[in-house]
Design a protein around this ligand. Structure first.
Ligand SMILES: NC(=O)c1ccc[n+]([C@@H]2O[C@H](COP(=O)([O-])OP(=O)(O)OC[C@H]3O[C@@H](n4cnc5c(N)ncnc54)[C@H](O)[C@@H]3O)[C@@H](O)[C@H]2O)c1
Length: 270
């Protein structure tokens, strides 16, 4: 390593990671992809629709051998095609980042008690079952062991205005992480979630209360430094690498310490 090299360069040399969920340059998955590439990884990027191709191409422009795959995580056929493509192109995969979530907009707008059966099912299918369905297809390619990482939010543990069914889905996602970790440890595969603080991405802008969430977060979080996707990406890099070799089934908060606060000192909130 030269004096000018990044401290993480080479950390993931020779490793290939699937990254799911790049919609644009503001996506948490984009920042994670950048961190993995800077550490020497090759990327397989899966994206939902053609509007996302330009930014996906930009992300892999400096990552030789990296490839793009289109697919909807709600489709078994698409997931089968993704796994077949990865097998043909790479053979071995060293892990994947699941940065995908969705609930129908009405479910985030209406009071939680009005959650519909369809909306509940869609949120659980796309935001939770997709982690299990993807694991079924990618784990057979993880013959050298590795790391599975997903993204969650404190709304799994506490009620936030208008986070609604996504909070229920994130609670199920975190439980799924523990059960997958239990299943896959014997294969040398770690499974963890990062619980990120609020970041203004496309998905987050679908939550009507986002502006208030960010404002409150900035007032309350013990670490007052700016918070963003890069903070989350640094932890994802740690989880993707062997530096986290004994961590599995965990939800790691990356939120400037917000989750640890019970209340603010009275009179100091302004
Ligand atoms: N932004 C935040 O404040 C925040 C905080 C904590 C956790 N998260 C979680 O981070 C993850 C990434 O979200 P983001 O904030 O980067 O927003 P984003 O909108 O950039 O990413 C969400 C991604 O999910 C993809 N997606 C949705 N439905 C899909 C489907 N059926 N098939 C395939 N892909 C699908 C979208 O295409 C998009 O790429 C989500 O799980 C989100 O809940 C976000």
């Amino acid at each position: 390593m030269t004096d000018t090299a990044s401290p993480t360069s080479g950390l993931l040399a020779g490793k290939t990671f699937l990254v799911m969920g790049v919609a644009n340059k503001w996506s948490i998955a984009y920042a994670i992809g950048e961190a993995l590439v800077n550490a020497g990884a090759t990327l397989a990027l899966s994206y939902l629709d053609d509007r996302m191709v330009r930014d996906c191409e930009a992300l892999i422009a400096n990552a030789p051998g990296s490839k793009l795959y289109k697919g909807n995580v709600a489709s078994d056929d698409d997931l089968d095609a993704l796994a077949a493509g990865l097998k043909a192109d790479f053979g071995v995969i060293h892990g994947y980042v699941h940065s995908v979530g969705f609930a129908p907009p009405a479910e985030l707008k209406n009071p939680f008690r009005e959650t519909t059966r369809d909306g509940f099912g869609t949120a659980m299918d796309i935001s939770v079952y997709s982690l299990i369905a993807t694991s079924q297809r990618i784990v057979p390619l993880m013959t050298e062991g590795g790391s599975i990482i997903t993204l969650t939010y404190l709304g799994a543990d506490r009620a936030f205005p208008q986070y609604n069914v996504m909070g229920v889905a994130k609670a199920a996602l975190e439980a799924s992480v523990r059960y997958l970790a239990f299943d896959l440890g014997k294969d040398g595969i770690r499974v963890n979630a990062i619980s990120a603080g609020p970041i203004k991405t496309a998905a987050a802008r679908g939550i009507p209360g986002l502006t208030d969430m960010v404002k409150y977060f900035q007032q309350v979080a013990p670490i007052g430094a700016p918070f963003g996707a890069k903070n989350v990406a640094d932890t994802a890099l740690f989880l993707a690498s062997d530096l986290s070799s004994a961590i599995s089934g965990e939800t790691i908060f990356v939120d400037n310490g917000f989750h640890a606060v019970g209340m603010m000192p009275l009179g100091l909130e302004d």
